[in-house]
Write a protein that binds this ligand. Structure first.
Ligand code: GTP
Ligand code: MG
Length: 185
């Protein structure tokens, strides 16, 4: 069935919001099928280091994760942000989970995200909008928006394979499933 890759970004981990964010998905009723705390090793083993030294494998993962944005002026800053500290990687499963997780997370810009959403309740900084040519010496700001959620079922599969590898998902039946999802069997 459908899966979404959800990741608590470094600001969410540093601010101690891990339990709060996982709790929201748990209380909603989706099924957790993978979970890990993940810190990219800080050594550089070939490749180009961004932001003062990161491992090229993790650079590859973060760049691959956001590859659709690779032509954007903020791409370097975005990858640097994702690599700047530990992240919590999760996979949530359930019918409609991709769209629902995006609703729970809220709009990209935390200042526009509705109260009741994770970004609306827990974050304040809008991303910077200035183009790179206006600030050639600085990366454009990507802001701090606490959490990521896959934007399609295909990306849910792709991002899960990227961050967890194949066969990482745990298959289990939550005891409360019949109280969450009605079945006519
Ligand atoms: P993710 O869940 O992290 O993928 O965010 P999203 O799906 O809400 O937004 P999107 O995938 O379009 O962008 C990924 C990240 O890039 C955002 O979370 C922002 O941190 C950053 N970003 C997106 N658009 C802009 C922009 O126009 N300017 C800047 N500076 N950063 C942006
Ligand atoms: Mg996105």
């Amino acid at each position: 069935s459908e899966i979404s890759y959800v990741m608590i970004k470094p600001d969410g981990v540093q601010r101690g919001l891990v339990g709060e964010i996982i709790g929201r998905f748990e209380r909603k009723g989706f099924k957790l099928v993978a979970l890990k705390l993940f810190q990219c090793p800080k050594q550089v083993s070939g490749g180009v280091a961004v932001g003062g030294g990161v491992c090229c494998n993790c650079l590859d993962i973060a760049e691959e994760h956001y590859k659709d944005l690779s032509s954007k002026p903020f791409f370097g800053a975005l990858v640097e942000y994702i690599l700047s500290g530990p992240v919590v990687c999760m996979v949530w499963e359930g019918a409609g989970v991709v769209k629902s997780a995006r609703k729970l997370i809220g709009a990209t810009n935390p200042l526009e995200a509705e109260p009741g959403t994770i970004r609306g309740d827990l974050a304040v900084q809008a991303r910077g909008r200035q183009p790179a040519w206006l600030c050639p010496l600085k990366w454009p700001l990507v802001g701090r928006n606490v959490v990521h959620g896959s934007d399609s079922a295909e990306n849910g599969e792709r991002e899960t394979a990227l961050w967890f590898g194949k066969d990482a998902l745990v298959s289990w039946e939550p005891a409360l499933a019949p109280w969450l999802i009605e079945s006519n069997e």
